[in-house]
Design a protein around this ligand. Sequence first.
Ligand code: NDP
Length: 480
Amino acid sequence: MQKIQNYINGELVTPRSGDYIDNHNPATGSVYSLIPDSDERDVEIAVQAAKKAFPAWAAKSNEERSNILLKIADLITDNLDQLAAAESMDNGKPVWLAKKVDIPRAASNFHFFATGIIHYASESHNMGSEYINYTLRQPIGVAGCISPWNLPLYLFTWKIAPALASGNCVVAKPSEVTPMTAYLLSELCIKAGLPKGVLNIVHGYGYKVGAAITSHKDVPLVSFTGGTKTGAEIARVAAPMFKKLSLELGGKNPNIIFEDCNFDDALKTTVNSSFSNQGQICLCGSRIYIQRPIYDKFKEALVERVKKLKVAAPKDPEVKIGAVVSEDHMNKVLSYINLAQEEGGKVLCGGERVVLDGEYKSGWYIAPTVIEGLDHTCRTNQEEIFGPVVTLQPFDAEEEVLEYANSTAYGLSATIWTQDLSKAHRVAAKVKSGIIWINCWLVRDLRTPFGGMKQSGVGREGGWEALRFFTEPKNVCVKV
Ligand code: NDP
């Protein structure tokens, strides 16, 4: 059975413990590879390697760093098929989706920040003719980067690329649930000639490896994407150590559908925004608020479409809904469907585990589920489910839907559907979310600030925001 290895100081190495964790294929439920069960000893070696590599990496010109990162981007593109197959096998997502979205975006992340760093400039503030201030933006040192399982290589590289481009060295941990493409990336980094110690990838559990990275005294900045509860734990540890923190956390995103929307566009995109990647995207809309005059028509059309989404093995070219990521996660999502019914919700379609045939019969599949009849304050509508489950609720007035939309502890993204642009801008300004899409969803320009409000996060990723996070501004005032 394939054994994944840590990538430390430029080499692929076994964990100090010698122990491994089973890695499952969600499509079949079987173990197909082994993950290093690393601990604080591996993290210590990785941090020391990163510290040692930092002065030389930081001293390279932006162009030199950029050239190496561009090579990594090209190698990701050259290995698209292998990486997409690996991502699908680790995560359960359709192969076509990994090929179309996850892996190309991982290459774009490297490409974007490798070129961005060449155009990055810092400020200068002139005080009359006597003094001038200029701001240095210097790399900080060893960055800790921790990512989740839903978009494994996509989110892993979204952190690593800006950290490296701006001259930091990195100790990173992918989710233990989906480690394979991070491992394959380490092979590509070696091929690309990334100097040893610049990037270190330590695999294993969050409570061991993740905690050792975030609490390490020589890791002054931490970029984390994952659940709100884990983010709170990281903040609790990191804040008294005065670490720089970027936290991208959970969501419970509203879709606001006004009666004057373009019905067909809203319908088609709502199906995608509800069920892409089995509903396991932090930006998926899970609370669908529909203005009353079109509620029944929209509901019926939505349910008809959702019933046709093919739940199948990730390799099936026609698959729309693959496997969810793990047995635990499947049980969690199913428990929320039960809760919704206990809370008085009516399941309009889906609502159960799907058992496929043959080698896939023990895989973890859930039928896409639409529920109505719940109040916006119930647990089903307040807590993140992170699976193929959405609720529908009618509304009458704009103020009313704003109250529903803003009623959760989260504030990551929202989608607004209307052809009245004044209303769209007005509502966009009042929804408490970091990312708003009007008449579209998941359209991403990598230059824009990305992140959430309230319990969806602290700080922003993307564009200059990311390069600012990974550099320390130092003001220098000069008497001319
Ligand atoms: P988790 O918070 O469970 O885990 C995220 C990462 O943190 C994993 O690598 C995990 O390790 C690690 N970790 C766990 N405990 C600790 C700890 N004490 N210290 C340091 N690291 C730790 O999230 P999931 O992987 O379950 O991902 C799903 C969540 O991510 C959802 O809430 C989703 O909304 C959110 N998310 C947010 C996004 C955003 O941009 N805002 C984007 C995508 C997802 P391991 O699991 O390997 O043990």
